[in-house]
Design a protein around this ligand. Structure first.
Ligand SMILES: Cc1cc2nc3c(=O)[nH]c(=O)nc-3n(C[C@H](O)[C@H](O)[C@H](O)COP(=O)(O)OP(=O)(O)OC[C@H]3O[C@@H](n4cnc5c(N)ncnc54)[C@H](O)[C@@H]3O)c2cc1C
Length: 554
């Protein structure tokens, strides 16, 4: 049943701040900032003065959260959210390397293809090869936006979006209402909001179609992904924990530069980490010297649905619903964690004639806590379709999604892109990680590039041609569409995307960087500088457009 027109009227706010901006992007994550950048800077479809960006937090980035951690005068940049990408992914790969001219290095020192993603993964580095953080490209695009004259509003949390003139032909505009009373008049809006943030909008908002029988209504309001519809899904928490040491002993003493480690069954605190993930400085801040350190060891990266033991860390993040970052010196965390790490590596120390008790304690711990709690404030959470990830990440925990039964990826994406299309003037679009279709366009679920690719909305029919898709991304195979149940099965991507196409997409020709990386990795540790690939300033490749280019409108 449709919502009564009355509740769609714009609520009145006393003392409201009135802003006017033709086009609004709400939510400054990867997808929102990329969309704004494409519109104003890259495609130049929109004058800068006509675009405003609104972000609920005091910084952009969202779930891409790079934080500089002070370690006695030197800074280590730690990614507590998203952190790496594949070169075969045109977004953000081509964007980062070829357009924004940002340096990258292999994520793993040996540049070997990642076992899950079947391709070499990269991280963003600075000129000295030090981790610069995956938020760097977002900030670079933001800087270009601001330089062009785009207005960015921080600490503006959207609470509702309404159509003006609901009763008559009074206008084609939209009213966006923000916590605190600010009101924006706009004619188009891109909502880059996580699922829970969208759910928290006023239900009378014009983004929601009036008919609860429409696919868009179902997808936006009734879908409860990875839930059987009868029970509330458990809070799924994604957790990263880094132990910060002045002397990164795993490198300096044990030469452990690569690989995973896990100890979850035989004591607390649990460990599920990787030696090659956290930043380790080599040489002093001025680039001189051969010292190693300080460094941050990733001691945990997992999800509570996969490794429930990591709930041990959660009491140290009481405010996790509103803030994913915790930097703590709490001895109740640091002391047992250090003891556990020393105990776990005791044999490795002994094998080198070292005594673990000589290792100075860590100086602090850094936690990134990502919750799927629907009551959480900002930013929420990992992808709503996390459990549908098409590799053995959390196999078997995702039941079929009844709301998506019989729905094709194209139908889903179209419904999400323009959910309430019942008025030509209602130019409300949705982007966001949480509304991706796992496996669509051959990309795995829940990585920033996937949503960024579809973030800039399609053009209106009467406007210039839409955004071009990256040329080398595989197309959906013809034939029967995948069922939503299939999405929940491990290896669904392999079925959905033939192996050859998968490899073509993720392992494109031109392995110069990987070769350089491998050569670099082969050098002795002390001489090994993190591989820094200097990107070329290219907009096109021999095989066509390297990343989306051309006119774009909202
Ligand atoms: C631990 C972890 C590791 C990951 N690793 C990787 C990786 O290695 N590589 C990769 O590519 N991806 C990775 N991802 C996924 C990646 O972080 C996301 O795909 C991407 O950051 C999502 O971007 P987005 O713009 O869609 O959404 P978000 O980043 O969630 O952006 C949404 C923005 O909207 C804002 N907002 C929310 N509500 C409101 C409101 N009402 N009003 C105004 N603003 C609002 C939020 O503050 C946020 O800034 C990881 C995610 C996590 C959590």
């Amino acid at each position: 049943m449709g919502l009564p027109l009355l509740v769609r009227l714009v609520p009145a706010f006393a003392g409201e701040q009135s802003i006017s901006c033709a086009t609004a992007v709400v939510g400054g994550g990867w997808a929102g900032i990329y969309a704004a950048w494409r519109l104003v800077v890259d495609a130049k479809s929109l004058p800068a003065a006509e675009l405003c960006v609104f972000e609920a937090r005091s910084a952009v980035g969202g779930r891409t959260y790079s934080v500089p951690v002070d370690t006695g005068g030197t800074s280590l940049v730690i990614d507590v959210g998203a952190y790496r990408f594949g070169r075969g992914q045109h977004l953000p790969g081509d964007l980062i390397r070829n357009r924004l001219n940002i340096s990258v290095a292999c994520y793993q020192p040996d540049c070997a293809p990642d076992l899950e993603f079947h391709q070499t993964l990269y991280k963003v580095v600075d000129a000295k090869g030090r981790n610069a953080g995956y938020a760097t490209p977002i900030r670079a695009m933001l800087a270009e936006l601001v330089a062009a004259g785009v207005r960015v509003f921080y600490e503006y949390e959207l609470t509702g979006v309404y159509r003006k003139g609901a009763f008559a032909s009074a206008g084609a505009g939209l009213s966006l209402h923000f916590a605190g009373g600010a009101v924006l008049s706009a004619s188009a809006v891109l909502l880059n909001l996580p699922r829970a943030a969208l759910h928290r909008l006023d239900p009378a908002s014009a983004v929601f179609p009036p008919s609860n029988t429409s696919l868009a209504y179902s997808v936006l309001r009734s879908c409860n992904p990875c839930n059987d519809g009868r029970h509330a899904p458990p809070e799924r928490i994604g957790l990263k924990v880094y132990a910060v040491y002045d002397d990164p002993w795993w490198v300096s003493r044990l030469n452990l530069t690569e690989g995973n480690f896990k100890a979850t069954e035989d004591g607390l605190p649990p460990l599920v980490g990787r030696y090659h993930d956290g930043p380790v400085l080599r040489g002093r801040a001025d680039g001189a010297g051969g010292e190693i350190g300080p460094g941050a060891l990733e001691v945990v990266y997992t999800y509570t649905v996969v490794t429930p033991q990591v709930a041990w860390y959660l009491p140290f993040a009481p405010g996790r619903a509103v803030e994913p970052l915790v930097v703590t010196t709490d001895p109740a965390l640091l002391a047992p964690l250090h003891a556990r790490l020393m105990g776990y590596h005791a044999r490795a120390f002994a094998a080198r004639g070292l005594n673990a008790s000589d290792i100075p304690p860590m100086s602090k711990a850094v936690l990134g806590v990502w919750t799927s709690d629907p009551l959480a404030a900002l930013p929420n959470p990992m992808s709503s379709r996390l459990d549908a990830m098409p590799f053995p990440f959390a196999p078997g925990v995702c039941p079929a999604e009844p709301c998506l039964a019989g729905v094709t990826p194209q139908q889903y994406v179209a419904a999400v892109d323009t959910p309430n299309a019942d008025g030509a003037a209602a130019r409300i679009h949705i982007a966001n990680n949480d509304f991706t279709w796992t496996g669509f366009q051959g990309l795995p679920c829940c990585w920033a590039p996937q949503r960024a690719e579809s973030a800039p909305p399609r053009s209106r029919p009467t406007r210039p041609p839409p955004l071009q898709k990256p040329t080398r991304l595989p197309r959906l195979p013809s034939g029967p569409q995948r069922s939503s149940r299939a999405a929940c099965r491990p290896k669904a991507a392999r079925r959905y995307l033939p192996k050859v196409a998968y490899l073509t997409a993720f392992c494109p020709p031109g392995r110069a960087v990987a070769k350089e990386c491998r050569e670099d990795a082969a050098r002795p540790l002390g001489a090994r500088a993190a591989h820094v690939a200097r990107p070329r300033v290219l907009h096109k490749t021999a095989r066509g457009v390297a990343f989306p280019a051309g006119p774009l409108v909202l």
